[in-house]
Ligand binder design. Sequence first.
Ligand code: FAD
Length: 459
Amino acid sequence: SPSRSSVIIVGAGISGIAAAKVLAENGVEDLVILEASDRVGGRICKESFGGVTVELGAGWIAGVGGQQPNPIWELAAQFELRTCFSDYSNARYNIYDRSGNIIPSEIAADSYKKAVDSAIQKLRNQEEEEEAYGDDHCNNNIKNSETKLPSTPETPIELAIDFILHDFEMAEVEPISTYVDFGEREFLVADERGYDYLLYKMAEEFLFTSEGRILDNRLKLNKVVRELQYSKSGVTVKTEDGFVYEANYVILSVSIGVLQSDLLAFNPTLPRWKLDAIEKCDVMVYTKIFLKFPYKFWPSGPDKEFFIYAHERRGYYTFWQHMENAYPGSNMLVVTLTNEESKRVEAQADEETLREAMAVLRDMFGPNIPNAIDILVPRWWNNRFQRGSYSNYPIISNHKLFHNIKAPVGRIFFTGEHTSERFNGYVHGGYLAGIDTSKALLEEMRKEKESQTLLLEPL
Ligand code: FAD
């Protein structure tokens, strides 16, 4: 029969590694980490492309320079990760229309203000509705007489601004905890060792490593968990390759997208309240497409790092970044797609995506620019170990939803960015969630031990 460990951690992303580290530091050494892919890092994932290291997943350390230190920023400082300040404030002044004209700054500023006002209005209306009807939305056709209808974006420039405001959370609309707590600055990780170097350094503190590799047999790669059977006495975990692992507890760090898919079977099935909560949380797909060119043809300089393409279709190759600040001389552009556009592009051949991107670039910079010599299209939606990029809670989401997504079911504890009420969707969210979940589990283990000791004591 399989040997039994104290804790099995499913997933070796930032939350799983942070959780394991806290357990190990608190004396829980007999843990096992089961990771479906062949590497550590999850959505922190580098690839070598066009002569540099690019980040297919998380790219920025978001929330820096505020009152409280962002723990990821602290790790980056400790391990001397190379980063580069990103100034988004100019993006709105680098908006191109389809004829390659830059929208005059007064018009751009005006449209921007209009979009922000409209978003604020929309949020107020929602809040009012929430207050009036709570969870019961059946009555939402009855509008307060004071409710103003927010304007809907229609023109290409309005659509482009709406896209960057909402799909990039660049909103000066609602307070986002990350920026409130940790500060408003963002730094792009531009390190040849990759963002995942931080995970490796964390792992090094509790797992056996040698020459830059984790060699500890408590970390098991290529182990796709398919079934979790749980009872009052323990959890049995089955993997796709037919192995069986037993533990007192499981920490499950798979993404919300995976929880919504049928990759994992729970036996018994999860309770209704848990399934409902998992179902209610949206998954955001976010795709950074990298394009390598023989030479640079775009305007350079820090204030030109981000530029925007205004098209009549919302989100159609809207948001661009040149990599000259991060990697001078790399001759590389990145364009970001989200949600439906991401899914569309994932489903087509990369040559087709390259053709579309080139047509957009020729709209902006004219017909004589060179073709890209290479393209990289990550596929987070079609990755069965991810099924999306990160969790996207409703703007006005109630505390109960987070509570239920995070709450343990019997001996299965949940972690991952989606369980972080304040910082979901971010690396620091995953990191802090991992620490949180392990602390909750340690407390549970302490209680269990205490009750066992009481039982053993003579009356
Ligand atoms: P994951 O990293 O997904 O870890 C879960 C692990 O579980 C994975 O390794 C997965 O392979 C494994 N797994 C899944 N199913 C199974 C199974 N059945 N059995 C075993 N293992 C399994 N955050 C920022 O802060 N800044 C950014 O700029 C940023 N940009 C992003 C851009 C993109 C394209 C994406 C995808 C994410 C971005 N994020 C960003 C979000 C950030 O990457 C995540 O919030 C964070 O990395 C999530 O960590 P996690 O541990 O919760 O999940």
